[in-house]
Design a protein around this ligand. Structure first.
Ligand code: GFB
Length: 311
């Protein structure tokens, strides 16, 4: 990838895609190509092929996906499966057919088995049953990894699959029903402060452990992988540390200067008990994360305050 490369960022309006575009711009890449959903529906194979035939990108970053938290995933398995398969099949196939030199396919740590040994190494893929609350999304993403690997094996395509841990940052989804846990906690604490409440309701038992990576760190890792010379097909991206949901809730309360307490609604699902990635592979290549959790939460809250009108 050079500064002259035509780089197509699929999903640039989302949290991950927008972080990648910001980073590419900051580095001085001048030919960044984006299309809104209205301009190009990535679920449509013909439209995607016409776009690739016309634009001929050199590099593709596939950050387009239907994503959501534990509730959205459990309630909408059909949409998570169909939409993600369609988007990634179209983008990956067109990248292969229209001469893309490098493709980065972004997935998620939920592709690994529910009870995979922790921290989870890339080798754990397909070694056991998945977590039921996000099985549909995970199966779609596993199909994407397998498609990239198949293109590499059969046609020599340098397609990379990167699996980030739970992400957060500006432009996250703060809808309490469909969001992930971190934006939900930020919003709950913000509203509790505003309303003078003394507690926030946290879903589940508080005991599941999760690892969190700021979207800007993921953008940094994405550029690193695209510029690396070592061949790599599947690579984890995380921060290397996890904490319980209770500890996370307490951290959000502290960072947002809320003196109330988290209380736990155990009628809501816990999901997988622990999800900590082994990041030895990308560390050995020379990459490491740089945004500590508390700093990232503070930055995300500042974004939320600035853009939360209408929430
Ligand atoms: O972030 P989250 O929705 O997704 O939930 P997963 C993580 C944990 O936080 C679960 C708890 O144990 C939730 O029960 N939690 C506590 C909450 N309070 C809340 C809340 O207010 N909202 C939410 N959403 N959770 C997703 C997968 O799993 O992770 C996706 O469903 C994807 O497929 C994503 O892989 C990264 O970490 O459980």
């Amino acid at each position: 990838m050079t500064f002259d490369s035509k780089i197509f960022v699929a999903g640039h309006c989302g949290m991950v895609g927008s972080a990648i575009v910001r980073r590419l711009e900051r580095e001085g890449f001048s030919r960044i190509i984006v299309r809104s959903r209205r301009e190009l529906d990535l679920r449509g194979r013909v439209a995607v092929r016409e776009f690739f035939a016309e634009v001929r990108p050199d590099v593709v970053i596939d950050a387009a996906a239907r994503v959501g938290g534990i509730m959205a995933n459990s309630e909408k398995p059909v949409e998570f499966l169909l939409e993600n398969l369609a988007i990634q099949n179209n983008v990956i196939e067109a990248s292969a057919d229209y001469g893309v030199q490098k493709l980065l396919f972004l997935g998620s740590s939920c592709i690994y088995p529910k009870l995979a040994p922790q921290p989870i190494r890339e080798e754990s893929l397909l070694s056991g049953p998945l977590e039921p609350t996000n099985e549909a999304y995970a199966i779609a993403k596993i199909a994407g990894i397998k498609l990239c690997q198949a293109y590499a094996r059969e046609y020599g395509k340098p397609f990379i699959s990167a699996m980030p841990t739970n992400l957060y940052g500006p432009k996250d989804n703060f809808d309490l029903h469909t969001s992930h846990v971190l934006p939900a906690l930020i919003r709950k604490v913000h509203e509790a402060k505003k309303n003078g409440a003394s507690e926030i309701v946290v879903w589940g038992s508080g005991s599941p452990r999760r690892e969190f990576l700021h979207a800007d760190d993921l953008a940094d890792a994405s550029l690193f992988l695209l510029q690396a010379h070592e061949p790599v097909d599947l690579v984890n991206i995380g921060c290397g540390e996890d904490l319980t949901i209770r500890e996370l809730a307490e951290t959000v309360c502290r960072v947002l200067e809320f003196s109330g307490q988290p209380v736990f609604d155990t009628s809501k699902p816990d999901g997988t008990p622990r999800k900590l990635l082994d990041i030895g592979r990308i560390r050995a290549m020379g990459w490491k994360p740089s945004i500590p959790l508390e700093v990232g939460i503070k930055k995300t809250y500042e974004w939320f305050i600035a853009f939360s009108e209408g929430f």
